[in-house]
Design a protein around this ligand. Structure first.
Ligand SMILES: [Zn+2]
Length: 87
């Protein structure tokens, strides 16, 4: 009786190493920012994609605390028409 494999063949999982560009600390921690200003559009623009969507923590490199604070700042800036909702 021949050995039969059931299901899909398992793929080997590769461990992803941290990218060389990835920083140990988030940008706001490094510059010791306590509050993220919603009027500071230049800083907030770096956290947005071309469509105006916010980048994830992984993409932006922010820590949890500053990601929450920057999300709030982006939402406030959108309400004040400093940043687009879409586009
Ligand atoms: Zn931080």
């Amino acid at each position: 009786m021949a050995f039969q494999r059931r299901g899909k063949p398992t793929k080997k999982k590769r461990k992803r190493s941290k990218r060389a560009t990835e920083q140990a600390k988030c940008r706001f921690c490094r510059s010791k920012v306590k509050e993220i200003d919603y009027k500071d559009v230049a800083t907030l623009h770096r956290l947005l994609s071309a469509q105006g969507k916010m980048f994830s923590r992984k993409r932006s490199g922010n820590c949890a605390r500053h990601q929450r604070a920057s999300a709030l700042a982006v939402k406030r800036a959108r309400q004040m028409a400093l940043l687009p909702f879409v586009g």
